[in-house]
Write a protein that binds this ligand. Structure first.
Ligand SMILES: [Zn+2]
Length: 166
């Protein structure tokens, strides 16, 4: 009888050891991965977004240069995330970079988060919505020198323009 108890104890202790180890590995991974307040499944995003918005925001795609209606928009207002509506850029920080993508010298602080990607062979600073994680574009250091020196090169498909109320 004692023998059985010992075996059962050993087995249950063994199981516990393994599962605890697994849990700590998962916890470590979760810490490394950013979490977002707006967290939807790929299926939900696909339903809510247009094909182009989905491709840019959720697949980190890039729209064709010159294709965005917002490229030459000079109205006063706020550019919000096309995925979740978070305010990302202000019209006063928009400038014509000549790149073919809507460009800003400054983001609305705290609402844009950054990452690094090597997708096209060299290091670029990727930027995404801090609330839903939607990919926006990249930031480069060849922006207007008289202000920040930064060029936030943003896909118009990732943005929705909200004009100022008069
Ligand atoms: Zn968002």
């Amino acid at each position: 009888m004692k023998k059985y108890v010992c075996i059962i104890l050993l087995i249950s202790m063994g199981c516990k050891g393994v599962s605890q180890e697994k849990e700590s590995v998962i916890a470590e991974k979760a810490e490394q991965t950013e979490t977002f307040d707006v967290d939807k499944t790929e299926e939900e995003w696909r339903r809510e977004l247009t094909d182009m918005q989905f491709y840019v925001l959720r697949k980190a795609g890039t729209e064709n240069a010159g294709s965005s209606e917002l490229l030459n928009n000079k109205k006063a207002g706020t550019y919000v995330c096309a995925g979740c509506g978070t305010a990302l850029f202000k019209s006063e920080n928009k400038f014509d970079s000549g790149s073919g993508w809507p460009s800003f010298d400054q983001e609305i602080e705290g609402n844009v988060a950054y990452d690094v990607d090597y997708k096209i062979g060299y290091k670029r600073t990727e930027e995404h919505c801090a609330v839903c994680g939607g990919h926006l574009g990249h930031v480069f250091e060849d922006g207007p020198r008289e202000t920040t020196g930064l060029r936030h090169c943003i896909n118009g498909a990732a943005l929705r323009f909200v004009p100022d109320q008069k």
